[in-house]
Ligand binder design. Structure first.
Ligand code: GDP
Length: 196
């Protein structure tokens, strides 16, 4: 699997308008500003595959990138932006829950969290949903360059410990799009999912 070959396929306004539910899909989710777009760009070695620093909380689309025939990366809208109306938040959470439960092609979920503010309520909800659906999870603790290596490792351990009780397939990795920390490890995990 060569993530570098990812190319933009389609933007879907909601989960119902995603491509056919066949082949294999890996989804990316995280709070607005967690560094999801930057991570997608780093993982695909492309400067602007996913747009970075969009206005947070704007109506967002689900962006689909094809890595190869029947292998897709799915960029889910960022969540948790305070100014989004509650009604919209609820709608999106319901749609996200449905997607995680029902999407047959979904083989893995990458959850991005700022290493300095991990495991907010919605992050936990999302990871618990995935665990309940027996979906493997890769947690990327982003912007790890903002902490010393020692503090970053301690944070990885803390998050691993906090998620241990879920008894699920959850990997936790420090990640920096800036320094390329964790890019090789994440590429390996995602590549394994896509070629399963
Ligand atoms: P998204 O909203 O989750 O897609 O987040 P973006 O990728 O747009 O990043 C949000 C902000 O965090 C931007 O200002 C980025 O420059 C910054 N950022 C993203 N990744 C990193 C990183 O690895 N290190 C540092 N220091 N900043 C980052």
């Amino acid at each position: 699997v060569k993530l570098q070959q990812a190319s933009f396929t389609i933007s879907a306004p909601d989960i119902r308008r995603l491509p056919d539910d066949s082949g294999i899909e890996v989804a990316f989710a995280g709070r607005s500003n967690a560094g999801k777009s930057s991570a997608l760009n780093a993982l695909t070695h492309q400067k602007s595959l996913a747009r970075t620093s969009k206005t947070p909380g704007r109506t967002q689309l689900i962006n689909v990138f094809e890595v190869a025939d029947g292998q897709r990366l799915v960029d889910l809208p960022g969540y948790g932006f305070a100014k989004v109306p509650l009604e919209m938040k609820k709608k999106w959470q319901k749609a996200l829950g449905e997607y995680l439960e029902k999407r047959e092609s979904l083989q893995g979920l990458v959850v991005l969290m700022d290493i300095r503010h991990p495991l907010k309520d919605l992050d936990r909800d999302l990871i618990e949903w995935a665990a309940d659906s027996e979906l493997p999870v890769l947690v990327l603790l982003t912007k790890s360059d903002k902490l010393s290596q020692g503090k970053a490792s301690a944070e990885v351990l803390k998050v691993k410990k906090a998620l241990k009780s879920l008894n699920a397939d959850i990997k936790v990795q420090a990640f920096s799009s800036l320094k390329k920390t964790g890019v090789a490890q994440a590429t390996q995990v995602i590549g394994n999912w896509l070629s399963a």
